[in-house]
Design a protein around this ligand. Structure first.
Ligand code: PAF
Length: 326
């Protein structure tokens, strides 16, 4: 920590120190993820850290923490909001606890494919949604990917919603996910991610849903027999920073932080693409049964009533602007 000193003027957020012998102050900040370093979240924050350091000529140093060592995603966003953590990279699962209207992005089958999801998040729509964090003491730096979510379980192969009836599945805390999964017949059990592996292993829940990158990097194939390629929802990730700390950056450094976060997002998306290419075969080779023939139309039909509710909640035009984006 280069003799870390908590900056009194910044409610414990700023960490300013002088490097030995150097005339220039160096500020150390921390960023964390709940995934292992070798994965699509790890590469995002590693790239961000390298870029911030290089673009600011070392005036800012970013310390990186992995696998939830500084807390799960909800606690991390809370830390960033309160200023006890400078930065985090997180999925949007717990974001509705802080910025409820961002749940619009969690609507199942809202995005057709990666091109669509990335296109929307990198467009004016994405910029506008990113700006919504500010009213809550948080600066959104850039969107990235968690990925399209698929279902795993240890009870039976899932090819249509009727196969899901009564299955106890761990979900994220997103109220939109929970409402939609109930329509599939699932018994949703929201749980912080660090508890999921043990819960699957001990049969506390029958299954869970996550992108291929997460399923593989967390070895869920060791505790789940079936993987169904439902692709039922796209899960974004986002770089978040404490707003006071952001406001204390010079305009030039603000630009550097955004550029670094965009580079992190690019590296993250490239890793997601690579995982999507290889994960299925690798998990099949490890003995997992992969159900690729999933009838998505039946899943979509099962959501008709709840989709009407989402349109009422978020505005039919807003939902259509994302859904119909070309
Ligand atoms: O399932 C979740 O909670 C998220 O997808 C995860 C694995 C923490 C990655 O953001």
């Amino acid at each position: 920590y280069f003799g870390l000193i908590r900056g009194a003027a910044m409610t414990g957020v700023a960490v300013a120190a002088l490097t030995a012998g150097a005339a220039q102050a160096q500020t150390v900040m921390r960023i964390n993820v709940s995934m292992p370093q070798d994965g699509h979240h790890g590469i995002a924050i590693d790239t961000f850290a390298e870029q911030v350091e290089s673009l600011t000529d070392g005036r800012y140093q970013i310390e990186t923490f992995y696998a939830g060592s500084l807390g799960a995603e909800r606690e991390s966003i809370e830390g960033v909001q309160l200023g006890t953590l400078e930065l985090t990279f997180t999925s949007t699962g717990p974001v509705p606890n802080f910025v409820p209207e961002l749940s619009i992005l969690d609507i199942p089958f809202l995005f057709r494919d990666y091109e669509h999801a990335r296109g929307v998040l990198d467009s004016e729509i994405g910029d506008e949604l990113l700006g919504r964090f500010e009213a809550h003491g948080i600066k959104g730096l850039a969107w990235a990917d968690n990925g399209f979510r698929h279902m795993t379980n240890d009870i039976r192969p899932i090819a249509s919603p009727s196969d899901l009836d009564g299955l106890k599945m761990r979900t994220m805390e997103s109220p939109v996910h929970i409402a939609a999964y109930r329509e599939f017949g699932i018994l949703p059990t929201p749980m912080a991610f660090p508890e999921v592996f043990a819960a699957l292993q001990q049969g506390v829940v029958d299954g869970q849903e996550n992108p291929l990158s997460v399923i593989e990097s967390n070895n869920f194939d060791e505790v789940q027999q079936y993987l169904s390629m439902t692709g039922h929802v796209f899960s974004p990730c986002v770089f978040l920073m404490n707003l006071d700390m952001w406001n204390q950056l010079s305009e030039e450094d603000q630009g550097h932080f955004v550029t670094a976060a965009q580079a992190g997002a690019e590296a993250n998306r490239a890793r997601v693409d690579a995982d999507e290419e290889t994960a299925i075969e690798s998990m099949r080779a490890d003995g997992m049964e992969i159900i690729e023939d999933v009838d998505r139309d039946i899943f979509i039909e099962a959501l008709a009533a709840v989709n009407a509710q989402f349109e009422e909640q978020f505005g039919a035009e807003e939902v259509a602007a994302i859904r119909d984006w070309q």
